[in-house]
Write a protein that binds this ligand. Structure first.
Ligand code: NDP
Length: 331
């Protein structure tokens, strides 16, 4: 069994040396009530950066010298738990280990016949639910309105924009390469896109692409990109603060414009959220997402990195924009 432990709390951008790789030769046998799992797919997610630090947050920090945990799809290899049988697939928060024992608590059975197994870590998992719940619950979209999404070519952003289109919005995405901007339009049906790395004046570009102003901003990145959007918001705009990846590796408090005047003069709402706030909405969200998928109204893409040992690299790649859609590691 291989494991990846958190060796250091990263300072600034994480590096592979913040992790320790160990191999153990122990045969794992489930005791009564337990299952033995073999890891198939591992999700790497920007929020893990927060868990690697010991600052106060909504979840406890990851412990040093213990395996890192994230969303995993695993196969049941042996079972002494009546709720699971050999050959079942499950998804849930599990350790970065090639195999592990579990009580089954918190694990969901997933069906590879209904969707590819990795989809349960993305479009039919945490990031799809985040897109759906954030946009509908806080964004309260009304057909005809204009939506701007940052981090638009990523797992959450690409789904937000597509749901926006399904709900009749004018959708503008912001991403870090021309190839990603093209993909937003050609694959995901966005109306327009902005490459934030090559656009000199993002504020001016948004006002050009959103001549009637911005009603909803789904923010995945924070920082100067989000400042530029604020200059373009409409009266009663809703600003959904989903994440702030541009500042997760900062070692100093970032300089930002003061948001209050923008919110006051536009009577705008800005609200942060954690997807688990909306657990009661998950059944509805899953139903909508899977229906749209089967009808072809929604699609997704993944960047799949191969090999257990490459999990830290895949994670670090999120901060370098290496992924299109969901970043997944196939074991
Ligand atoms: P993504 O798939 O979007 O991957 C991260 C992307 O962020 C990269 O591909 C990169 O794309 C972009 N990025 C990296 N660095 C920067 C930067 N400095 N400035 C701007 N963009 C950058 O990840 P997720 O979809 O999983 O997550 C997106 C956001 O949503 C994150 O902030 C995450 O923390 C948050 N989140 C929040 C949840 C919640 O419950 N609130 C749940 C899930 C995610 P590019 O090439 O465009 O730069």
């Amino acid at each position: 069994t291989k494991s990846i432990l958190l060796k250091n709390r990263p300072q600034g951008k994480p590096s592979v040396s913040d992790f320790e790789f160990i191999t153990e030769d122990k045969n794992l046998e489930p005791s009564s009530g337990e299952i033995l799992l073999e890891t198939q797919f591992v999700s790497v997610d920007p929020y893990l950066r927060g868990r690697m630090s010991d600052a106060k947050s909504y979840v406890a920090p990851l412990e040093l010298n213990k395996p890192v945990q994230s969303g995993v799809v695993a196969k049941v290899i042996a079972s002494k738990n009546e709720n699971f049988k050999e050959g079942d697939y499950v998804s849930g928060l599990l350790n970065w280990k090639t195999s592990q024992l579990s009580s089954g608590e918190g694990l969901l059975k997933v069906d590879g016949a209904k969707a590819p197994l990795s989809a349960y870590l993305g479009i039919l998992g945490m990031t799809g639910l985040t897109a759906y719940c954030g946009l509908t619950e806080i964004g309260k979209p009304v057909a005809g309105e204009t939506l701007v999404v940052s981090g638009a070519a990523g797992a959450v952003g690409s789904v937000v924009g597509q749901i926006g289109k399904i709900l009749g919005l004018h959708v503008i995405g912001i991403a870090g390469t021309d190839e990603k901007v093209d993909m937003l339009k050609s694959k995901f049906g966005f109306d327009a896109g902005i490459n934030y790395k090559t656009t000199e004046d993002i504020n001016a570009e948004i006002s050009k692409l959103a001549p009637y102003g911005v009603d909803i901003y789904f923010d995945n990145v924070g920082g100067p990109i989000s400042d530029a959007v604020l200059f373009n918001i409409n009266r009663f705009a809703r600003i959904i603060i989903c994440g702030a990846i541009s500042v997760y590796n900062n070692t100093e408090i970032p300089k930002s414009i003061s948001v209050q005047p923008f919110l006051v003069k536009n009577s705008a709402l800005m609200q942060g959220f954690i997807v688990s706030n909306y657990a009661e909405k998950f059944p509805e969200a899953m139903k909508e997402l899977s229906t749209w998928l089967s009808e072809g109204k929604l699609t997704y893409t993944e960047t799949v990195v191969n090999g257990f040992d490459n999990i830290p690299d895949a994670f670090i790649g999120l901060f370098e924009g290496k992924n299109k859609g969901k970043m997944i590691v196939e074991i």
